[in-house]
Design a binder for this molecule. Structure first.
Ligand code: CTP
Ligand code: CA
Length: 225
């Protein structure tokens, strides 16, 4: 179980949360996307609001309705998400990158709908790593939390991402089962910091949001003492 709703332990914090999955256009009617529903990020945004934080929610193509109590910015592509995050970063004391951001975009987006015409190769170019830019540009003291959806070597990959990106914590999800993670009501994983690993057993995304925020509060307290 997460914290009781009455605990206002995030008063004074501004939490910037990204949610959903970005989409990259192929042509006017097609895109490259992913199966992120937005549920995990929305659950964190809503729980943070209830716990007293001001919440800026940057959402990409979520399939569920956004919590009404947050300030909502809607974006489509990775580049739009990057711009929205950078525009609001200076306000944030905590950033949670729960969105599934496309690693690639189509190098030359077709201006007309592509016609069926035999085999076709799409050239992709890398997008910017938003989380990395957050870590570089954040004000001192701003916590940066990343997510990592992994299908193999879950903990090792999570630890490697923590170091590579220089974030304060990584929430690692095992998305290999299909029962939890992408496009599901439930989730499971681990909260990885430099101090160690807190296992998160399978639970609802709402419960997991509470647990993640408990850990954020713990990191915050450790910093300020
Ligand atoms: N992320 C980001 N910008 C990107 C790609 C990812 O900010 N262009 C963020 C995600 O929101 C997540 C974290 O980085 O919080 C980790 O994303 P993940 O896809 O697991 O890691 P990558 O660094 O993209 O590595 P890979 O996909 O190769 O595992
Ligand atoms: Ca990625």
């Amino acid at each position: 179980e997460g914290q009781a709703e009455s605990i206002a332990d995030l008063v004074g914090e501004t939490v910037l949360v990204t949610a959903g999955g970005t989409r990259e256009a192929i042509d006017p009617v097609r895109f490259i996307g992913n199966r992120s529903s937005g549920r995990m990020g929305f659950a964190i945004a809503e729980a943070a609001s209830r716990r007293g934080a001001r919440v800026i929610l940057i959402s990409a193509n979520a399939v569920v309705a956004a919590p009404a109590i947050c300030e909502l910015v809607q974006v489509t592509t990775a580049e739009e998400m990057r711009e929205a995050v950078m525009q609001r970063l200076s306000e944030a004391t905590v950033v949670v990158m729960a969105a599934a951001v496309s690693d690639y975009r189509v190098a030359k987006v077709a201006t007309q709908k592509l016609k069926r015409n035999g085999a076709r190769v799409l050239e992709l170019e890398p997008t910017e790593d938003i989380l990395q830019e957050i870590v570089e540009r954040r004000r001192a003291g701003t916590l940066a939390i990343g997510f990592a959806a992994e299908t193999e070597n879950v903990l090792e990959n999570g630890r490697a991402k923590l170091e590579r990106k220089g974030v304060d914590a990584v929430v690692v999800n095992d998305v290999s089962s299909g029962e939890t993670g992408f496009d599901s009501e439930r989730n499971a994983g681990s909260f990885v910091t430099r101090e160690g690993v807190v296992e998160i057993p399978a639970m609802s995304k709402v419960q997991m949001a509470g647990l993640i925020l408990d850990q954020v509060v713990r990191l915050r307290v450790k910093r300020t003492v």
